[in-house]
Design a protein around this ligand. Structure first.
Ligand SMILES: NC(=O)c1ccc[n+]([C@@H]2O[C@H](COP(=O)([O-])OP(=O)(O)OC[C@H]3O[C@@H](n4cnc5c(N)ncnc54)[C@H](OP(=O)(O)O)[C@@H]3O)[C@@H](O)[C@H]2O)c1
Length: 324
């Protein structure tokens, strides 16, 4: 038996229950991994509240690092003792150990320790697909990134800066603005006190930006469209403030023949070559020092409810790791 954070019903952080669960043994295509560090992500709150439904009861968590303890039949790319990381469905990372599909795990390179992997695989591979695949940012572009001091935000800020882009980042406080600036954001906008459409207009001399990365959702979605230059792309990749209002397709023409997309990491890493390429790109910017992964908060796994409260209250910055 091991301990895990499980939900038996959807709801607030109080439904996160510290349970003893049976781990079992790996079947064909599976591994048993003992976790050393677990990542906290905003999507975990969608799973907890039922925005993204799970069968009950379910262990939450999509991102972790650990050591392979057993390998099932037909698993050729991993061996007992390997240090691995992963970021994908099925949920189950909020546990001391678990049995999981081997195909979503990658071996961690020496330069990426377990806590860094748990702090960066989901958020960093998200940054990778957003800025290298969904809309490929080129040097000299000016881009708008919402929640620039958050988990995805601080990684994407550094990576965009490294690519030679001018980064405009929105943040919810003065402290977060300072943090975003220290991580590569050139222009910060406090969207709690300033009109970000006006500010983007000023900064770009009325041109707008070719791409907006919006993980905030409801509160920013429509105004994000107004920040785009003609033929620009709104990449709506999350909804921290709530689900967006329905899109009226005529607005795509109103704002300049723009594009709107709602991409998901797991679709970009669905095949093994795609996963390895995305993870290797992330490990390479971490290894070169272009992107530094800082862990700003840690919580004992048993206290995950507090971590969820802090994340939803906008009290966290950068990455958060849960320690089993
Ligand atoms: N599509 C994908 O595949 C994918 C993958 C990973 C993450 N995501 C999405 O990316 C976004 C960021 O994820 P993350 O884990 O890195 O979280 P995070 O950015 O660390 O936390 C969310 C941030 O959103 C901002 N925010 C704005 N309005 C908010 C509100 N009403 N309530 C709570 N927060 C609000 C807050 O920053 P300020 O205080 O600065 O506003 C907060 O810190 C989330 O929407 C997540 O779902 C999507």
């Amino acid at each position: 038996m091991v301990h895990a954070i499980r939900i038996h019903e959807t709801g607030g952080p109080e439904v996160l229950s510290w349970d003893e669960v049976n781990v079992g043994s790996p079947s064909e295509g599976e591994i048993l991994v003992r976790h050393t560090a677990i990542g906290l992500n905003y999507i975990d709150t969608y799973l907890r509240t039922g925005v993204r439904p799970l069968p009950m009861p379910s262990i939450l968590g999509l991102e972790a690092a650990g050591i392979v303890e057993e390998v099932g039949e037909g698993v050729n790319h991993l061996s007992v003792g390997d240090r691995i990381g992963y970021a994908d469905m099925p949920a189950g990372a909020y546990s001391e150990a678990r049995v999981m599909p081997a195909k979503i795990a990658v071996k961690l390179p020496d330069g990426v320790n377990d806590q860094v992997a748990a702090a960066s695989m989901l958020k960093g591979m998200t940054a990778q697909f957003l800025i290298r695949q969904t809309f490929r940012v080129e040097p000299g572009m000016t881009v708008l990134l919402h929640a620039a001091a958050g988990g995805v935000g601080l990684i994407a800020s550094q990576w965009l800066n490294h690519l030679g882009a001018t980064v405009i980042g929105t943040v919810g406080s003065k402290e977060k603005a300072d943090l975003a600036k220290a991580h590569g954001v050139h222009h910060t906008i406090n969207y709690q006190t300033e009109d970000f459409v006006e500010r983007v207009n000023e900064i770009t001399g009325g041109e707008g930006v070719p791409v907006v990365y919006d993980g905030v959702g409801k509160d920013t979605f429509y105004n994000s469209m107004k920040c785009l230059s003609p033929l620009g792309m709104l990449v709506c990749f999350g909804a921290a403030s709530g689900a967006t209002d329905p899109l009226n397709i005529i607005d795509l023409s109103t704002y300049g023949s723009i594009y709107v997309t709602r991409p998901v990491l797991f679709h970009y890493t669905a095949s093994r070559p795609a996963l390895e390429s995305c993870a290797n790109d992330l490990f390479s910017v971490i290894g070169s020092g272009a992107v530094k992964i800082e862990i700003h908060q840690t919580y004992p796994l048993e206290n995950t409810a507090q971590a969820h409260r802090d994340l939803e209250a906008r009290k966290t910055t950068g990455s958060t790791v849960l320690l089993p």
